[in-house]
Design a protein around this ligand. Structure first.
Ligand code: PTJ
Length: 262
């Protein structure tokens, strides 16, 4: 905790990845990223290495379907936790504006202090309304974790919920309530990835700006075209494609020279 913030030279070969880490460390020091959020990020980084640290084609297709789902929704909600607030707060606000979704803070390791700090981060990025702060008075049935506390104006009545970076239990509970759940998760094998209606297997830092662009691009399209996009998407085969991508990539890597030359 007493370490000074790291100065990362731009020439560092892993500059971008280290900068992302720094955002989470700063959020942790400022008291709104959970300790487990740092562990979760490490797991995410590992899967990002496996997919090649880029948005793969199945993820592009999931982003299109997710944009269509958000635009077709009557009451879309973007759920924000500590990691999302540290990594992509501006994109959350842009996506809410572009899609008409409400923003709600919903935490696994819920403390009122963290909730308030996350709401402040979002407000500083331009969010006008942040639910789940003083109004997390409703509960999601069958869910025992702190994530069960939701806003009666937000997740409780939402038909589509975007849960970037999630732990699996709530996704399952939301699906059981008949909601469409969009997840962003680098691990195609996680419970969240497998329980969601649409899983974007990508890093949230790449996926969120792409999702904003897709919503802006698809906004003027006729409802029928959006429905077709959504109905043509199959999450199971999309996840299979993601796993096949990793298999192919590892197979190619296993046949190539892995050591670096200097
Ligand atoms: O802020 P809180 O209290 O709500 O807590 C948030 C965490 C993330 C700690 C909580 O939801 C949690 O414990 O999540 P898990 O169960 O560790 O799951 C996180 C998932 O996100 C894992 O499958 C990771 O692979 C994945 N992940 C981590 N970083 C990224 C990611 N997916 C996309 N982009 C990332 N940057």
């Amino acid at each position: 905790m007493s370490e000074p913030p790291l100065h990362i030279p731009k020439s560092h070969p892993r500059y971008e990845s280290l900068m992302i880490r720094e955002k989470l460390i700063r959020g942790f020091r400022e008291g709104y990223v959970a300790v487990a959020g740092l562990i979760a990020h490490g797991r995410g980084e590992c899967f990002d290495y496996l997919i090649g640290e880029r948005t793969i084609e199945p993820a592009e297709r999931a982003i299109e379907a997710a944009a269509a789902a958000l635009l077709l929704a009557k009451h879309p909600v973007i759920s924000v936790n500590g990691n999302v607030a540290a990594l992509v707060p501006e994109d959350v606000v842009r996506l809410a504006e572009a899609s008409g979704a409400l923003i709600e803070v919903n935490l696994f390791y819920r403390t009122e202090e963290r909730v308030r700090k996350i709401a402040d981060v979002l407000r500083r990025c331009g969010a006008k309304t942040v639910l789940g702060v003083d109004d997390a008075t409703a509960t999601i049935p069958e869910l025992e974790s702190e994530r069960r506390r939701v806003s009666p104006r937000g997740i409780l009545v939402a038909d589509v919920v975007l849960v970037p970076l999630e732990d699996g239990d709530r996704t399952e509970a939301l699906r059981k309530l008949g909601k469409t759940v969009i997840a962003v998760d680098l691990n195609p094998l996680s419970r969240t990835a497998r329980a969601a209606s649409i899983t974007i297997v990508d890093n949230v830092v790449r996926a969120m700006p792409k999702l904003v662009n897709a919503v802006e691009r698809l906004k003027g399209k006729p409802v029928e075209a959006l429905k077709q996009l959504l109905e043509g998407f199959d999450n199971n085969s999309n996840l299979q494609e993601c796993v096949k991508h990793v298999l192919r990539r590892l197979d190619e890597l296993a046949r190539s020279k892995l050591t670096l030359s200097f």
